[in-house]
Design a protein around this ligand. Structure first.
Ligand SMILES: Cc1cc2nc3c(=O)[nH]c(=O)nc-3n(C[C@H](O)[C@H](O)[C@H](O)COP(=O)(O)O)c2cc1C
Length: 194
């Protein structure tokens, strides 16, 4: 079932003028809420954006990707920046011991934003994209946007940053999945052999 859905998925940037019902939005959000996260910390907030003017303003903050402004629904995946980021730095030192000095000495504000656990929001985002597809709703991930401007538009407190924008809507045209690399190109067994 999941493979059926995935093999027909593609990024959708043209949408019908059709509102997504609230019960479907709730279903999508629930799929995100149930995601795993490191230490089950769930370091995120999901911003639902349905106001036309706000969607248009966000499309401007996404370096004028105009197609975003015509979507009926955005979900902005926001990450809570870890305040006590010393522990988070230790985790990165354990992963990249060769960069220990750089990791420990990097400026706090810069480091906490560059290492804001924002990769974790890819998980609820992926759940949401799948849940939406079950209801015939297409989407596109957007990470090309000005973080400061989107934060301001959403009134986010300083401890949150927007990490991804998911743009949702009923597809305005045919879904044409793009070619993907074949299995041999992306899988290796035991030893890397690419
Ligand atoms: C993390 C991420 C960020 C993306 N950011 C953008 C974006 O800012 N604008 C856009 O038009 N598409 C964006 N995309 C969509 C990709 O261009 C698209 O997934 C890719 O071309 C593969 O096409 P497919 O999704 O139809 O398989 C993004 C995709 C991902 C996964």
């Amino acid at each position: 079932m999941i493979l059926d859905i995935l093999s027909n998925r593609c990024s959708v940037r043209m949408f019908r003028e059709q509102t997504i019902p609230q019960d479907v939005i709730d279903y999508i959000l629930e799929a995100g809420r149930l995601s795993p996260s490191g230490g089950n910390e769930q370091p995120w907030a999901f911003g639902l954006v349905t106001e036309r003017r706000l969607i248009e303003a966000i499309s401007c903050a996404a370096y004028n990707q105009k197609w975003i402004g015509r979507a009926p629904l955005l979900i902005v995946l926001c990450t809570r920046v870890v305040e006590d980021e010393r522990g988070a730095r230790d985790i990165q030192v354990s992963r990249f011991p060769e960069w220990k000095e750089e990791i420990l000495n990097a400026d706090k504000g810069f480091y906490s934003r560059m290492n804001a656990e924002e990769h974790q929001t890819k998980i609820p985002g992926t759940h949401m994209v799948l849940a939406a597809l079950e209801h015939g709703i297409g989407s596109t991930w957007v990470s090309y946007f000005n973080v400061g401007e989107v934060s301001k538009l959403l009134g986010l407190p300083p401890e949150y940053i927007p990490s991804e924008i998911l743009v949702f809507g009923y597809p305005g045209g045919e879904m044409r999945p793009r070619p993907k690399k074949n299995r041999e190109e992306v899988v290796f067994v035991n030893k890397f052999n690419k």
